[in-house]
Write a protein that binds this ligand. Structure first.
Ligand SMILES: Nc1ncnc2c1ncn2[C@@H]1O[C@H](COP(=O)(O)OP(=O)(O)OP(=O)(O)O)[C@@H](O)[C@H]1O
Ligand SMILES: [Mg+2]
Length: 345
């Protein structure tokens, strides 16, 4: 490592979730990526935290990991952003930039002045006519962008990239499994408040949708169906039987089936929009992807390979690095963000 690199502020992938805040810092060297530090700080359950409280949690986590003056890469998801894939006639880049706002107007559910637009021309899809452009359009709510940037500023760190969680997931997967070439793979990231579904075609993100089922849905079902207190529901969800193992499995199974139905509808919708190959791999991530029985039920429903994403797969984890023993799937977004560098698109 050169001297300049030693003094450069570390790049930190920061995943601000509703269950916890997660941070990952990586160093890129000649032989690949090495973990510098990773960790998680829980968001206290109960009433949603204010921005200031979330900022304090983020600051606390960065302090614990000794990541000061960091360059922060974070992401938005859910209602703050919208992603739409457009098929447009062939045109030069200036004309494309000019038509994007009118295209966006048709799909973005907010006034255009309230959103920040971005787009990327994808590698061409064979289903499109020759010369046509395959464009991924992104709209992010300006108020949510400003809120996130202010949160990071308040920690004394510098925001350098604001990404989308779905893109971070696709990025983490691509880097972790570089030799994969599935015609169609589904990344399913089950968080607390939502599940993000990403469909990759030949490794390229082609479609994403958020589903409203997440870890919170399972907890609510355990409380509602079995009368569990929140703490007992949490213990039962996390696989501890002292929360009262009796009757837990059927309740979890019911929620699994709801989630699987939503996934099925999403994949069917996607296939109905063009001639797409059937999904030949399902890759699970997110804190709630390990809930007992989900993998087996997905396997039975889709009859395809179901596996858990290890976003640290291609990352060297020295034993001395803080967080080198962390379990991977929950960190998929944070790792995908930590792999980005200022100026990346
Ligand atoms: N070992 C485990 N077994 C079962 N469920 C778990 C386990 N670990 C975490 N969870 C559940 O996963 C959810 C948290 O997932 P995750 O950390 O991905 O959420 P988040 O990113 O903070 O939230 P958001 O959905 O807002 O992005 C919680 O509902 C938690 O109860
Ligand atoms: Mg999350």
């Amino acid at each position: 490592m050169g001297l300049a690199a030693a003094f450069r502020a570390p790049v930190v992938g920061l995943d601000v979730g509703s269950h916890s805040v997660k941070a990952v810092a990586l160093r890129q060297g000649r032989r690949g990526w090495t973990l510098l530090a990773a960790g998680e700080m829980p968001i206290p359950p109960g009433e949603p935290l204010t921005q200031d409280q979330v900022g304090e949690t983020v600051g606390g986590l960065l302090d614990t990991l000794d990541l000061h003056r960091a360059q922060i890469v974070s992401a938005l998801s859910g209602q703050s952003v919208m992603v739409k894939r457009l098929a447009l006639p062939a045109m030069n880049s200036a004309d494309l930039a000019a038509v994007i706002p009118s295209e966006a107007e048709q799909y973005v559910p907010f006034p255009l002045e309230d959103v920040q637009l971005d787009y990327q021309v994808l590698r061409r899809r064979s289903a499109l006519p020759a010369g046509a452009l395959d464009v991924l359009l992104v709209a992010a709510r300006r108020d949510r962008v400003a809120e996130r940037l202010a949160l990071i500023d308040a920690t004394g760190c510098r925001p350098v990239v604001l990404d989308l969680e779905a893109f971070a997931l696709a990025n983490a997967y691509e880097v972790s499994y570089p030799r994969r070439c599935d015609a169609a793979a589904a990344l399913i990231h089950v968080g607390r408040g939502a599940t993000i579904v990403c469909l990759l075609e030949n490794g390229q993100l082609a479609f994403t949708r958020d589903l409203s089922v997440g870890g919170a849905t399972y907890l609510a079902a355990l409380e509602h169906e079995l009368g569990f207190e929140p703490a007992a529901a949490h213990r039962a969800l996390h696989g501890s039987t002292d929360g009262g193992g009796h009757g837990v499995s059927p309740v979890l199974r019911e929620v699994h089936l709801r989630l699987i139905l939503e996934i099925r509808k999403t994949l069917d919708f996607y296939r109905s929009t063009a001639a797409h190959s059937p999904v030949n791999r399902i890759v699970l991530s997110g804190g709630a992807c390990r809930i007992d029985g989900l993998g087996a039920l997905l396997d039975a429903e889709f009859q395809t390979t179901v596996e858990w994403c290890d976003p640290f797969q291609e990352i060297v984890r020295p034993a001395r690095a803080v967080g080198s023993d962390l379990d991977g799937p929950a960190f998929a977004v944070a790792v995908g963000l930590a792999l980005r560098r200022e100026g990346d698109r």
